[in-house]
Design a binder for this molecule. Structure first.
Ligand code: IDP
Ligand code: MG
Length: 140
């Protein structure tokens, strides 16, 4: 198995409830390393671009409003099979369907305010990482 990097966001519902440390502990306990991290306020343009693939979905406007409703923490996580590993640590999109012990099961408020984003493929991980971080910001 290869060491891989994935892109992660701690969403506004998580920062609002001061859950940054508890969620980061989940990544670290599962063997992922936080090799870059920054707290930012997303603009509407950034959120629209980031979630552009969902532009035609009924929840798109609400999602953009939610993602800009407070600070987020953008991160690069590194480890074995990091993309898939992180999707397992996060749990299903809808917390009602998320497995016990996952971040979304323990912390998500709703299918929208579900505490974390994680890349869904190595290709998208590379695109998302490059959108938020310069190579010199990431130290493995
Ligand atoms: P993912 O975050 O598990 O990859 P996606 O389908 O890529 O899920 O959706 C992106 C984000 O859009 C979700 O994390 C969630 O915040 C929001 N979202 C997805 N489906 C719904 C929905 O049916 N209603 C409201 N928000 C949704
Ligand atoms: Mg997704």
């Amino acid at each position: 198995m290869a060491i891989e990097r994935t892109f992660s966001i701690l969403k506004p519902d998580a920062t609002r409830r001061n859950l940054t440390g508890k969620i980061n502990a989940k990544f670290e306990e599962a063997g992922l390393r936080i090799v870059a991290q920054r707290r930012i306020q997303m603009t509407t343009a950034m959120a629209e671009s980031f979630y552009g693939v969902h532009r035609e979905r009924g929840f798109f406007r609400d999602l953009v409003t939610f993602m800009t409703s407070g600070p987020v923490v953008v991160q690069v996580l590194e480890g074995e099979n990091a993309v898939l590993a992180n999707r397992e640590i996060m749990g299903a999109t809808n917390p009602a369907n998320a497995a016990p012990g996952t971040i979304r099961k323990e912390f998500a408020e709703s299918i929208e305010a579900n505490s974390v984003h994680g890349s869904d493929s190595p290709e998208n991980a590379a695109i998302e990482i490059a959108y938020f971080f310069a190579g010199c910001d990431i130290t493995g």
